[in-house]
Design a protein around this ligand. Structure first.
Ligand code: C2E
Ligand code: CA
Ligand code: CA
Length: 508
């Protein structure tokens, strides 16, 4: 039977009251009938009012509960999100301070998720995550445990009232066991493995943030050792001392300008002039020399240092571009973002603050994000990208063609530019397959109203081919290698691609 709303219930009740009064009035004669009619009308009016108020209150309460649920849960798996996890962990820690014993935090990510997302598509990736979420819930060893999705393929499990490493490891192995049965996605069997990092309160951390960070370090060790699960242990861990030293050196480098930016020009093929430079970070390490980003960006990603690193890069890029502007060179600067930057809702406001401090407009900045960066957690990533784009900064999809390229997704993203991945451009003159990819990406970009950059242009031949294909911009060693800020400043004013080198049409 369909559920009756409050309003319907009260209308029916009121009707019943009215009919009863009518019947009594009919039986007992006109005098009493008139009084009863007035009383009946008053009661009826009152009940209708109460009914409407109750209905409105119940809808309002329902809406508040619904928006709270949405704010605290991940829409893909319907599990608690990072905010709710923090809250529950905080409560468990507070509770354990009173009752003892401790609290365990397990962090896990799926070892082959990216492959699934890349080959079967984002929608199927989401279906897999939802299934994984359900299995994790079923595998929980205690009723007050909480499982949450933190973003991308990263989940966290909170086990209150647990302080023994062996018990936490046993819980991790038990959960790993339930993931071992293949999942079925799009009719295909998919094997998923997870790596677990474990941190215990009070031994490894005071608060949820510290516990998650330590669990992240342990997870990294589990991946490197291929052990499946590790408990955070600074002394016994053979990778950790080195790594901890490196992490603290990196933290110091970020704070003390030990990082340097090299810049690589992006040139407009139609106008024949430089329009932008890409900032590429390097670490001037005191003993190991100039380190390329591959040596430390992923370390920064896994230790919570990527936020400060990116903030440093954006600030330095704005500062350098302001210097060039003072020298008469007006170009944009592109900054690369990592997945975790796109999960940081405070990034847009921080960027706006840096621009305001420098007295610069948003059009001097561009952000580059890879397809997989966006797909790691499309909902969160889109929210941050939307805000950056609404501020007026440009957004480019980097390494286009290497990840899962969904047209429908691309159309929903606030993107101005796509960068054809260098792996295709490098070989476009030798491999017909790569040439086809470059050609169709340019056509695809243009048909969506986007501009297209080809990166990895190493020869004059590819430059000419790209020009013939009406590619908008080119970047690569053939135009210019990435150079330190002072060297790029001279290149910007003296190269054949410099803005001054472009012939200014003679006045009519
Ligand atoms: P990317 O964004 O795809 O950057 C382009 C990379 O290709 C750069 O390597 C650049 O030096 C190299 N490259 C440029 N032209 C050519 C060419 O013609 N041929 C070849 N073979 N390579 C070329 P780099 O500087 O080592 O950077 C590697 C990656 O590190 C970047 O790839 C980017 O994903 C990441 N990265 C660099 N700086 C940052 C940063 O500030 N933040 C983050 N999150 N990632 C960064
Ligand atoms: Ca890039
Ligand atoms: Ca790239």
């Amino acid at each position: 039977m369909p559920r009756l709303t409050y309003l319907t219930k009260f209308a029916l009740l009121s009707l019943a009251v009215l009919v009863t009064f009518g019947l009594i009035a009919g039986i007992s004669g006109p005098g009493l009938g008139a009084q009863l009619k007035v009383a009946g009308a008053l009661v009826l009016g009152w009940m209708v009012l109460v009914g409407i108020a109750a209905h409105a209150t119940s809808r309002f309460t329902h809406q508040i509960a619904e928006s709270e649920r949405l704010a605290l849960h991940d829409p893909v798996t319907e599990l608690p999100n990072r905010i709710l996890f923090h809250d529950r962990a905080q409560q468990a820690i507070a509770g354990s301070d009173v009752t003892g014993p401790g609290v365990a935090v397990l962090l896990l990510d799926l070892n082959r998720f990216k492959e699934v997302n890349d080959t079967l598509g984002h929608h199927n990736g989401d279906l897999l995550l939802a299934q994984v979420g359900r299995r994790l819930e079923q595998a929980l060893p205690q009723s007050d445990a909480v499982v949450a999705r933190l973003g991308g393929d990263e989940f966290a499990v909170l086990l209150p009232r647990l302080d023994r490493e062996s018990a936490a490891l046993a819980a991790a192995y038990r959960i790993a066991e339930t993931l071992r049965t293949p999942f079925v996605v799009a009719g295909l069997k998919v094997d998923v493995e997870a790596s677990f990092g474990i941190a215990l309160h009070p031994d490894h951390g005071e608060d949820p943030e510290e516990l998650l960070q330590r669990a992240d370090v342990a997870m990294y060790v589990a991946k490197r050792r291929h052990t499946g699960a590790e408990v955070y242990a600074p002394q016994s861990d053979e990778y950790s001392p080195d790594r901890l030293v490196l992490v603290s050196e990196l933290r110091e480098a970020i704070d003390t300008s030990g990082l340097v930016l090299h810049y690589q020009p992006k040139v407009d093929l139609r106008l024949g002039r430089v329009v932008a430079v890409e900032a590429l970070v390097r670490w001037q390490h005191p003993r190991r020399g100039l380190l390329p980003p591959i040596e430390f960006v992923s370390l920064a990603e896994h230790t919570g240092l990527i936020g400060p690193l990116t903030r440093f890069v954006v600030a330095r890029a704005i500062r350098d571009s302001t210097t060039w502007l003072e020298q008469g060179v007006d170009i944009r600067v592109a900054v690369n973002l990592s997945p975790r930057n796109l999960h940081d809702p405070t990034l847009p406001a921080h960027v706006a603050g840096l621009l305001a401090d420098a007295g610069r407009g948003p059009e001097c900045l561009e952000f580059e994000v890879t397809e997989s960066t966006v797909m790691a957690d499309a909902v969160l990533a889109c929210a941050v990208m939307d805000r950056l784009s609404a501020m007026g900064t440009g957004i480019a999809i980097d390494d286009f063609g290497t990840g899962f390229s969904s047209l429908s997704h691309l159309r929903q993203l606030p993107v101005d530019l796509i960068k054809v991945d260098k792996s295709f451009v490098l070989n476009m003159d030798r491999s017909e397959d790569d040439a086809v990819i470059v050609r169709s990406t340019i056509a695809l970009g243009h048909s969506l109203g986007l501009e297209v950059v080809a990166e990895g242009v190493e020869t004059e031949e590819s430059l000419q081919s790209l020009r013939a294909l009406e590619c908008d911009f080119a970047q690569g060693f053939h135009v210019c290698r990435p150079l330190p800020a002072d060297e790029i400043a001279s290149w910007l004013v003296s190269s054949p691609w410099s803005q001054a080198a472009v012939a200014v049409p003679a006045p009519a």
